[in-house]
Design a protein around this ligand. Sequence first.
Ligand SMILES: *Cc1c(COP(=O)(O)O)cnc(C)c1O
Length: 361
Amino acid sequence: MTKITPQPGIMEIALYEAGEARVEGVRDILKLSANENPFGPSPDAKEAIAATIGQVHRYPNTDHGPLRRAIGEIHGLDPERIICGVGSDEIITFLCQAFAGPGDEVLHTEHGFAMYPISARAAGATPVVAKERERVADVDALLAACTERTKLVFLANPNNPTGTMIGGNEMTRLADGLPEGAILVIDAAYAEFVGEYDGGAGLATTRDNVVMTRTFSKLYGLGGLRIGWGYGPKPIIDVLNRIRGPFNLSEMQMAAAEAALRDRSWAERCITENTRLRAWLSHELAALGIPSDTSCANFILARFADRAEAEAVDLHLKSLGVIVRRVAGYGLPQCLRITVGDEAGCKRVVDGIRSFQEGRP
Ligand SMILES: *Cc1c(COP(=O)(O)O)cnc(C)c1O
């Protein structure tokens, strides 16, 4: 018998399944499985990446000062309360590592993002699930699921994969109703797609138990480069900085993120296109008898008759080179999550589903 064993909880982690990117034998692939920006990053970000190439032998800046100041400037936030990470995934990891351990509970919603239970288990803590109401977070259920062992409550708003969100009053009620010693983490990865929404920044400014996480992976089209950030009370950010690797972000990542953030016209155009095409896509699917909740993000959760139909549609789309996301792993086997692509991409999805219904290849 080997004496080499991992920490408790680790073997209970189900390996993360990423959205697919390839189909055997099909060349013209349209990947709509990972909520990526169909237009890619700002040209300014690409230029910034190229400009850092000559310096890759140098270690990067460790305190992320220029990027934090840029985020502070654009979002109207105190840079001293911002921490940057390798995707918002790393901020989620830091939070679990720093605040939850064996015997502690990490609460999330029924169809919450897969990284929450993974990071909770990696820290030795126990993930706890609160039921949703018709695919919308239920604050009463979350509060009822809290115990004196609850250390973290993760809520994506808007949520992935449902696309739904709760309002500011409900979020405030959740923050103020948590047991003492518990932190509310508002995961605002899709905040930019909502319009008139601060992602929870206001709450994270005024409460001592609220942290907001953000990402450059969605609107800013930099998922491949891995950059995210968190904002919250100074004492919590100070704790997270103690476990952050000093060189967790490269100059390339930081320069790209800052350039992407400062190119407001690119960001605004992507938001406008997403809003327009999201409405079009859900309307066209509804006309084909496929309902979806009103999405606040850059994807739609299409609901089919049952699991068999969802899988058949997925296979049909795949044969046409269109890759969407199965979400049975999220407890939604009758659904497919479809990223809002560009106009041609959205049309291809609708045409593909129509041809499925008509029994055409
Ligand atoms: C995509 C996504 C993120 C972003 O993850 P990164 O690590 O920043 O790429 C965070 N939360 C949710 C709910 C997401 O869907």
